[in-house]
Design a protein around this ligand. Structure first.
Ligand code: AMP
Ligand code: ZN
Length: 676
């Protein structure tokens, strides 16, 4: 919105400006709809398009007086061009329920397992990004091929489908069958076509998906032929002569009769396996020769699919996991500096908020001041932000061509922006650091880290509370947390009896935490959660750790010189000694709960337990595996060394047998570990 809209004059001109803006937006959205649906040649990315319509929707909801029924927000784009004849689908071509997180996939699987049985099979497939079509074969001959359209009625594109090499005109059977698949443009073809178009000075195709859709709905059959589209079939819609029990069985049949079947289709028997396969597809995604926009998880048992059923739009037995878009374009509004808990001062970009990898990003790390120079990053630059998994979003690059002259360089600070102390340059790295141990920024960060979930897990200690306790002087270091009393907080604003009691209780409870959490919570440089755990498991208590030499620590697994030195130096500091004393006085657990190890007989063996056992619970057996140095695992794979099977062992046993994994009884297992 531009500023003029906010200037309201006596004649209500502000309103007129808004009306005009809404009308302009409508025209833009309509134009892009036309480019997308009718020309299959969009000018802007899906993301930019979504942003545009979002803006229009927002303005319309703020000003309902300007909403008209012809607005693109009030219509659903069907995308049907009336140049082909209509086909009514025998089986409705449904859409898929999208999910955007692993948790939602887990939910989907867990809910079905709970309702329909624990050992359900799921198939995970690549979600090919193209155009959905249905192929009807009568007595083995291709009769009709159609697009999805609105799911009930599509367009007859048989002639165009017939020129696609991977669609057989005749099957190696005389069965009558209808299959559904995705017509796509292989990446190589897409590149080839575009380089040709470029040579001819013509407009290039936006992406393989739009290119496939546009090509298939071409009237020029020769052109369709020249573009080398392909198909991956992923479902049998209807079959008159065959009955299948499972989806995977039906795909094998399709393959055998000459149909080009989706190559990435894996049967999984647990949530873990489903997620692993989704992740695996995510990692090979860039290397595939076709575009995908997700992974589909579906129930394998076809009778069960019937039982589970569908909503009016989507089947309830499948979900489509959408891989997060990992890169987005946005603007750097400002660059600020942040003081971390180790005192390191890092530049951060303040961004025009943008949704990346499923979350709204308004900050991105710039790592260090050299990075700014390296990537030539300036305030007001347009940039590409990227986010991979859980990591902090970062700026991948800036787009110099979008510079307008208002960009300015950021000056590297010489003093701590929080306490004003002169910053020091780190010897080993390029980092700048505030070394004032009383710097409020350091205290704030170190407390937040100490109370965090992976460290001492003290609930109710949010950022605002930490900030307040520091400014009230209640907390100067982490040990002060254990000296906070009910009376000190109950009288504070926004605290009442209940919240004060809760906070005191969670502080109290954390005193019993295992040592690894405390070591991690101390925020020793270079010591992450895992190394903190290793330290706590290899020494008797915190005093033993603090007396350890660099050599002692280097003996531990995965500890290098820098880490060992960091630990030794940390425990030498007078401040650390004082903190440990205060923690001890407050009754915080400083003792290790070393893991009991009876033998190494199962050293690193991956062992699965399935079925039920007399006199032994699953936990008992897991404990026996672990105390004899084995690893317990939930699912059977080629990497499994052994399966301990009890009564009523189900699919895991079968899988072990299929894979040729060794299966033993509990008695045999007990003999094995006692025989030492
Ligand atoms: P959507 O249109 O985004 O709701 O997603 C459903 C579309 O995904 C369907 O029209 C299918 O054509 C397409 N799709 C691609 N690959 C698969 C697959 N392996 N299984 C099911 N649907 C798929
Ligand atoms: Zn400072």
């Amino acid at each position: 919105m531009n500023n003029e809209n906010e200037q309201i004059d006596l004649f209500g001109n502000a309103d007129l400006n808004i009306k005009k803006e809404i009308e302009d937006l409508r025209k833009q959205v309509e134009y892009h709809n036309m480019r997308y649906h009718q020309l299959d040649d969009p000018e802007i990315s899906d993301y930019e398009y979504d942003k545009l319509t979002q803006k229009l929707r927002n303005l319309e909801s703020l000003h309902p007086e300007y909403v008209v029924t012809t607005s693109p927000t009030q219509k659903v784009g069907s995308g049907i061009k009336n140049i082909f004849s209509e086909v009514k689908h025998n089986v409705v071509m449904q859409s898929l329920q999208d999910v955007f997180s692993f948790e939602e996939v887990e939910d989907f699987v867990n809910k079905l397992n709970l309702e329909y049985g624990q050992n359900l099979e799921y198939v995970v497939e690549t979600k090919v990004d193209g155009l959905s079509v249905s192929l009807e074969y009568e007595n083995g001959i291709l009769k009709v091929g159609s697009t999805r359209g609105d799911g009930v009625i599509g367009e007859d594109v048989t002639q165009n489908l017939k020129v696609i090499a991977s669609i057989p005109h005749e099957l190696k059977t005389s069965d009558t069958i209808e299959v559904r698949g995705e017509v796509y443009l292989p990446r190589k073809e897409f590149e080839r076509i575009n380089s040709e178009l470029e040579k001819e000075g013509k407009a290039i195709l936006a992406n393989p998906r739009n290119a496939a859709a546009g090509t298939l709905r071409q009237l020029n059959n020769e052109l369709v032929k020249s573009r080398n589209l392909s198909i991956y079939v992923f479902n049998v819609q209807k079959s008159s002569s065959k009955t299948f029990n499972t989806h995977s069985e039906s795909l094998v049949y399709c393959k055998n009769v000459g149909i080009n079947v989706i190559p990435y289709s894996k049967v999984c028997t647990s949530v873990t396996e489903v997620l692993e396969e989704i992740k695996r597809i995510g990692t090979i995604r860039e290397d595939l020769d076709f575009d995908i926009d997700g992974a589909v998880v579906k129930i394998n048992d076809l009778n069960l699919r019937q039982e589970i059923g569908s909503t009016s739009k989507v089947p309830k037995w499948a979900v489509a996991y959408k891989y997060p878009p990992e890169k987005k374009e946005t603007k750097i509004l400002d660059i600020i500096v942040n003081v971390g808990r180790t005192g390191q001062v890092t530049p951060m970009a303040v961004l025009e908020p943008v949704r990346v990898a499923g979350s709204l990003i308004s900050r991105a790390t710039l790592h260090n001041f050299d990075y700014l120079k390296l990537k030539d990053i300036k305030i007001n630059d347009t940039c590409i932000v990227q986010k991979a998994g859980d990591v902090i979003p970062e700026i991948a690059e800036i787009i110099p061509s979008k510079r307008t002259g208002i960009e300015r360089e950021f000056d590297v600070p010489t003093d701590c922006p929080v306490c004003g102390e002169e910053l020091e340059k780190d010897e080993n790295t390029v980092a700048l650091r505030c070394t004032n141990s009383e710097c409020p920024a350091l205290i704030y960060r170190s407390i937040l880290h100490f109370v965090s979930r992976d460290a001492m897990d003290i609930t109710g200690f949010g950022e605002a509370i930490v900030d307040r306790f520091i400014s009230l002087g209640y907390i100067k270091d982490i040990s002060d947390i254990y000296y906070i009393e009910y009376d000190m907080i109950e009288k504070l604003d926004r605290f009442d009896k209940k919240s004060a009691t809760n906070l005191i209780n969670s502080i109290e409870k954390s005193k019993q935490n295992e040592l690894g959490r405390l070591i991690f919570g101390l925020g020793i440089r270079h010591i992450g959660k895992k190394s903190a755990q290793v330290l706590s498991e290899n020494f008797n208590d915190i005093y033993d750790i603090s007396n350890a030499t660099v050599e002692d620590i280097l003996k531990l697994s995965d500890f290098g010189e820098i880490m060992a030195v960091s630990v030794v130096e940390f425990f030498k500091k007078p401040k650390t000694i004082e903190i440990i004393e205060k923690l001890q006085e407050a009754g915080v657990n400083l003792k290790s709960s070393k893991k009991e190890v009876k033998s190494n007989i199962l050293d690193s063996m991956s062992i699965v337990v399935t079925g039920s056992f007399d006199n032994y619970s699953r936990e008992d057996i897991v404990k026996l595996i672990e105390t004899n140095s084995g690893k317990f695992s939930n699912s059977v794979s080629k990497k499994t060394d052994m399966v301990i099977a009890g009564e009523a062992a189900g699919s895991k046993l079968k899988k072990a047998e299929d894979l040729g994994v060794k299966v033993i009884s509990l008695d045999e297992f007990l003999k094995l570990i006692e025989n030492i």
